[in-house]
Design a protein around this ligand. Structure first.
Ligand code: 13P
Ligand code: SF4
Length: 301
């Protein structure tokens, strides 16, 4: 039996569900039950009846699935598939910021560790960050760990004062986009979509700033063979081409998230065979983080 067939057979035998982020390798996207952005995958993790969730993505995503399903087994095929952006914020930084801004609620991007989420008032993803911040009362809001997302929120919610924590938190994949990329895209023609983790000058020069799920929705329903420039991790091009084969998508070869690429068919099969690597989080952290995630799910609905 080939690798894909063995994975699908084991998945069925164990009543497992495979969730995969839009940046996963094409072959992983092809056999996943659900492919989506962070918010869609968190929603799916919340709804699923499967006793075993296999998360093909990075650790904070699998942790979110576990926090929403404390009674289920959640596996991540590669233990060290983490998000360097999430690791830029520590609980100590958060506690110090809370002491400096005692009246400011803390909104943390879902790309954050479980222990930081436990200190947040509410979580957001790039799909709902503006909505979440607008829903809060008060003027100041602490937002971390992505300073470019914080700048995007500030541009959309000018009535609030957004305190970015840390002030320079960023994703190396999205920082690789330059104004030269924008100039090239304009020369070729078409619509430029960028992720809010790109720098502000890239956001300002794009036609739309959107989460990866927002990019899917932007292309959905467009007639004719249009051209799109996708300023986010390059596998998003595969996702969009699969959904909309009649359209043309340009991505940047260098925009690769190394951690997203660690999951292969081989280690996905091993994960199902040996039920590894199980995501575990201390119960008190899980309890507090769940409150902040559930608040987002209610606001984002
Ligand atoms: P999305 O929620 O837009 O899929 O983003 C997740 C992410 O890690 C972006 O780098
Ligand atoms: Fe983290 Fe950037 Fe990879 Fe997204 S693309 S998982 S923010 S390192």
């Amino acid at each position: 039996m080939n690798l894909m067939r063995r994975i699908l057979a084991l998945k069925e035998e164990k009543h497992a569900i495979i969730l995969a982020h839009n940046y996963q390798r094409p072959e992983i996207q092809d056999l996943a039950d659900v492919v989506g952005d962070s918010f869609e995958l968190a929603q799916k993790a919340r709804e699923t009846k499967s006793p075993l969730i296999v998360f093909c993505g990075v650790l904070f995503m699998a942790e979110t699935a576990k926090i929403l399903n404390p009674g289920k087994k959640v596996l991540i095929p590669v233990r060290d598939a983490t998000c360097p952006l999430a690791d830029q914020l520590t609980p100590d930084m958060l506690l110090a910021a809370k002491a400096r801004h005692p009246d400011a609620p803390v909104v943390l991007y879902i790309n954050s560790t479980a222990v930081c989420k436990a200190l947040a008032d509410v979580i957001c993803t790039s799909a709902n960050a503006v909505k979440v911040v607008r829903s809060l009362s008060g003027k100041e809001v602490i937002v971390g760990p992505d300073a470019n997302l914080a700048a995007y929120i500030q541009s959309q919610v000018p009535e609030k004062e957004i305190v970015a924590l840390p002030p320079n938190g960023h994703c190396y994949v999205h920082e690789c986009f330059t104004t030269e990329d924008l100039d090239d895209a304009r020369r070729r023609g078409g619509t430029i979509l960028c992720h809010p983790e790109c720098r502000p000058e890239i956001q300002h020069g794009s036609d739309l700033v959107a989460s990866t799920g927002g990019m899917v929705r932007a292309v959905q329903g467009q007639q004719g063979g249009r051209t799109w420039h996708i300023l986010t991790e390059k596998e998003m091009g595969y996702r969009l081409k699969t959904l909309y084969p009649g359209q043309t998508f340009y991505t940047k070869e260098e925009a690769v998230c190394e951690d997203m690429k660690k999951t292969t068919l081989e280690n996905l099969l091993e994960a199902l065979e040996h039920e590894q690597h199980e995501v575990t989080i201390p119960p008190d952290i899980m309890e507090r983080a769940r409150g902040a995630i559930e608040r987002m799910l209610v606001i984002g609905r």
